[in-house]
Design a protein around this ligand. Structure first.
Ligand SMILES: CC(C)(COP(=O)(O)OP(=O)(O)OC[C@H]1O[C@@H](n2cnc3c(N)ncnc32)[C@H](O)[C@@H]1OP(=O)(O)O)[C@@H](O)C(=O)NCCC(=O)NCCS
Length: 163
């Protein structure tokens, strides 16, 4: 499309209702609005939105929300600093434009600067679009959790080593 640009920025407090709406439309895993506000307060630089700008109009097309945790490595027994991708979604009409990739790329750059060792996420074993997206960023399956989702579907844990 002409005059269309895409960029990523940190979420703002006033974006949260739109982010909640995108989450509800794109994913069966819906969180309370307070859960989003919590991540905005605690990890503001890891809570990003993807913006599509057409002429002078800006649309929030997607978001990604990540946090930092401490725990055992997904690759072994050492204690490490881990990034955890809690949720990512892009509205249907804005998909395949590289928005999710930009969100993940920016998050990985930020985690790397914070000396985070690895970045992981859970994904439905049948969510092929998301799994291929994560493979592009070198995530590999490190675990499988039976019946992780409320409808009984299994999850893959996918992890990428950052340092
Ligand atoms: C998964 C999702 C976030 C991808 O968002 P997106 O902005 O369309 O992704 P990108 O445009 O950055 O795609 C990057 C790569 O991911 C893979 N991919 C994305 N959508 C795909 C699809 N429908 N089928 C196959 N591969 C796909 C491709 O490898 C793609 O690269 P390409 O376009 O060069 O082929 C989006 O489809 C979505 O919101 N899905 C519903 C919510 C969801 O499943 N979230 C993940 C939960 S773990």
């Amino acid at each position: 499309m002409e005059n269309e640009t895409i960029f990523v920025r940190e979420v703002k407090r006033e974006d949260i209702p739109t982010v909640v709406e995108i989450n509800r439309r794109a994913l069966p895993e819906n969180y309370s609005i307070d859960y989003f506000y919590y991540h905005l307060e605690e990890f503001p630089d890891l809570f990003l939105v993807g913006i599509v700008k057409r002429d002078d109009l800006e649309y929030i097309a997607g978001y990604s929300m990540s946090r930092i945790e401490f725990g055992f490595s997904n690759f072994g027994l050492s204690l490490v600093k881990k990034g955890h991708l809690i949720s990512i979604a892009v509205l249907d009409q804005f998909r395949r434009k590289g928005i999710a990739s930009s969100l993940i790329k920016t998050t990985i750059e930020r985690l790397t600067k914070k000396k985070v060792n690895e970045f992981y996420l859970e994904v439905r074993v049948t969510n092929y679009p998301a799994i291929s997206l994560y493979k592009k960023f070198n995530f590999v399956v490190t675990n499988k959790i039976p019946s992780y989702y409320s409808d009984g579907e299994d999850a893959y844990v996918m992890t990428v080593k950052l340092r």
